[in-house]
Write a protein that binds this ligand. Structure first.
Ligand SMILES: O=P(O)(O)O[C@@H]1C[C@H](O)[C@@H](CO)O1
Ligand SMILES: Nc1nc2[nH]cnc2c(=O)[nH]1
Length: 296
């Protein structure tokens, strides 16, 4: 209850209960969390010493309702570093509140995570982008946020972060540079790009007029996730790195016949999951671990 008004956000006690439950169930103490987008659950495959929990068994956790999202939380080790992978995440269009969508991020923070890696599937708007390109997310546009669908709306809990967080450095520059170096070493720099991801709520794909508008706004790709998680992660002081797989070209022209669908999105994710896994795994092995959480 806030100002005599009932608040439907998750409470500090909810996050605490889930955190304590997980800490009791596993001896892993992850520093890095990876959110796997549509069809990208394979990112967890390189981890050793794995321990898996189904979302439905974790107190307070939402469950995945979308194809390509396994709904498993996987703890494991990569290059000696303890990690946690979300195989599947949550979306506004599933009917979840943004508090539920971002619930795991604060739990990870409370478990001691200091770095969040986000991945997703998106439609390419930048005319130079090709299907199968991997876009290092340089910045984002929170379109639902402009209309008040924002995960930080409501009473601010200072235990997580400040009321007015800065978002001008949302995606860590050093990790973006490291990922570019890694892509050269792995020989995949030919299809690795950098760009701006724009979130829409979905679930429909864009009309041509909407796609044109998003291009004018400066979006290089468009998807239906990630931005709420990144916003909550930055609010509670996590370092963020993001990759978006371009699974389709967004139609910007009325003469274009191709029609996007979710099956095609999953097919391209499957095709590129192994390369993405190599980039993410190498990044985890190489990234500095001296990150101190930016507490407020
Ligand atoms: O969960 P992500 O953002 O990777 O999934 C994208 C957006 C929709 O959920 C779905 C549409 O195909 O793919
Ligand atoms: N909104 C949106 N999300 C996507 N996810 C994968 N492709 C697309 C797309 O073209 N548009």
């Amino acid at each position: 209850v806030h100002n005599n008004k009932k608040c439907y956000c998750c409470s500090f006690e909810d996050y605490k209960l889930t955190t304590e439950w997980l800490l009791n169930q596993t001896s892993h103490r992850p520093k890095i969390a990876v959110i796997c987008g549509s069809g990208l659950g394979l990112l967890a495959a390189a981890a050793t010493d794995k321990q898996t929990f189904h979302y439905q068994d974790i107190p307070n956790f939402p469950v995945s309702t979308v194809a390509g999202h396994e709904g498993c939380l996987v703890f494991g080790t990569i290059g000696g570093k303890s990690c946690v992978f979300m195989q599947g995440h949550f979306h506004l269009y599933e009917g979840y509140s943004l508090c539920q969508v971002t619930f795991p991020v604060r739990v990870f923070r409370m478990m001691g995570v200091d770095t969040l890696v986000v991945t997703n599937a998106s439609g390419g708007i930048c005319p130079d982008f090709k299907v199968g390109d991997i876009m290092i997310i340089k910045d984002h546009i929170n379109l639902p946020g402009f209309a008040g669908q924002h995960p930080l709306c409501g009473p601010n809990d200072e235990r997580f972060g400040i009321r007015f967080p800065c978002m001008s450095d949302a995606y860590c520059k050093e990790l973006r540079r490291l990922a570019l170096d890694i892509s050269v070493e792995l020989g995949c720099e030919g299809f690795v790009r950098e760009g701006v991801y724009c979130m829409v709520s979905g679930p429909n794909f864009e009309t041509i007029a909407e796609a044109r508008m998003l291009m004018v706004l400066g979006s290089d790709s468009v998807g239906m996730s990630t931005v709420p998680e990144v916003t909550v992660a930055k609010h509670c002081g996590l370092r963020v790195f993001g990759l978006s797989l371009i699974t389709n070209k967004v139609s910007l022209d009325y003469s274009r016949e191709e029609k996007v669908n979710h099956e095609e999105v999953l097919q391209i994710s499957k095709m590129r999951a192994e390369v993405l896994q190599k980039v993410v795994t190498t990044l985890i092995c190489r990234c500095s671990q001296d990150q101190s959480i930016n507490t407020h």
